[in-house]
Design a protein around this ligand. Structure first.
Ligand SMILES: *Cc1c(COP(=O)(O)O)cnc(C)c1O
Length: 341
């Protein structure tokens, strides 16, 4: 398919409508076959479950072009499984995992002209989501649902190199113990908007959330997991039932262990020990890793030795190895790259 005439290098991270999207409806206890459509608008009843009680879950992934010209997506089976877990927690019907991957593939293929070329730094962001679509006024799960996949081309996350960011320890909580922090639901984002707007007003790039019960342990930010590197070069990531299991973070831990030969630990991380780490990064699909240079806890600053100019050396190796795997420059573990044919 001919590439669209887009200035890939100068694309931002905003919604640009593409040609096709996938839609499937759940009614009378079953999903229909689903199809691609040109219609970018969703028409639902004014009382739809999603509009009243926020019954909606989503995923985020990307499609891109590898060095040898293949269009691929990264570990879509894990997105399929995570969306199924999210749906179960919100009493929504699961969109079958194999059908999920098929829907992703169809949608990317139908929008292949929007998949940026190799080396541009841009990607085609893929957003699968589903929501309760029939009228619900008494509080209960909807009976009908819509599953959709939309795509939108997005620019390079770091224009002119990844500069370390400054984050603050938030006074707000992201997720309650035994709540919904571990699923990818719009509701977790709605309640984080006030916290992020507040942090931005104060001049910070992001929030670090601590565990809501004790406020002593590191959880994550609004949309990315933490990794830390110790002074003796171990890679540490917080373990908690209220963290969203990032696919990027899980992949980075494998890269650290199997490609870089580093020791890795997934364990509770007390905020008190953060000052002793050598490097800190945020991981998620969009940026892969954003380096953190400074954490501010109510006026007290933690400045990582890696500084405010560039990624720490181990963070950089992790970043380069994982992006190398994603772009087809380094042999991937089995099943990590899914080719769109
Ligand atoms: C999506 C998300 C992440 C990152 O997950 P990836 O699978 O790596 O993209 C981290 N934290 C939260 C809260 C998220 O919603």
């Amino acid at each position: 398919m001919d590439k669209k005439n887009i200035d890939w290098a100068n694309l931002g991270f905003g919604y640009i409508q593409t040609d096709k999207r996938f839609v499937s409806n759940f009614k009378d206890g079953k999903w229909d076959d689903g199809k691609l459509t040109d219609d970018a608008n969703v028409v639902i009843n004014e009382c739809a479950g999603v509009l009243q009680y926020a019954q909606t879950v989503f995923e985020g992934m990307k499609a891109y072009t590898t060095e040898d010209g293949r269009i691929v997506t990264f570990r879509p089976d894990l997105n399929a499984k995570r969306m199924a877990d999210s749906a179960r927690r919100l009493e929504m019907p699961v969109y079958p995992e194999d059908k999920f991957v098929e829907a992703i593939e169809k949608t990317i293929k139908a929008n292949a002209g929007y998949v940026p070329p190799y080396g541009s730094g841009a990607t085609l962001y893929v957003r699968p989501y589903m929501f309760g679509s029939n009228p619900v006024i008494g509080v209960k799960p909807a009976d009908e649902y819509q599953f959709r996949v939309l795509t939108t081309p997005v620019g390079p996350y770091f224009k002119g190199g990844a500069k370390p960011i400054t984050i603050k320890v938030s006074d707000f909580d992201r997720a309650a113990p035994h709540g919904t922090g571990h699923i990818k639901a719009g509701l977790n984002y709605a309640m984080s908007l006030h916290a992020i707007v507040t942090a931005h007003k104060e001049g910070f790039d992001e929030n670090m959330y601590l565990d809501a019960a004790t406020r002593t342990k590191v959880e994550e930010t609004g949309g990315a997991n933490f990794i830390f590197v110790t002074k003796d070069n171990k890679v540490v990531t917080p373990k908690s039932n209220s963290i969203l299991p990032s696919i990027t973070r899980r992949s980075l831990m494998t890269v650290a262990k199997d490609y870089l030969g580093l020791e890795v630990e997934e364990r509770e991380v007390y905020f008190d020990e953060v000052k002793d780490f050598a490097e800190c990064g945020l991981c998620g699909t969009a940026a892969v890793i954003s380096p953190v240079g400074k954490i501010v806890d109510h006026g007290k600053e933690i400045c990582f030795p890696s500084g405010m100019e560039e990624m720490g050396p181990t963070t950089k190796k992790l970043y380069e190895t994982l992006t190398g795997i994603q772009m087809g420059r380094i042999e991937p573990p089995k099943g990590w790259l899914y080719e769109i044919k």
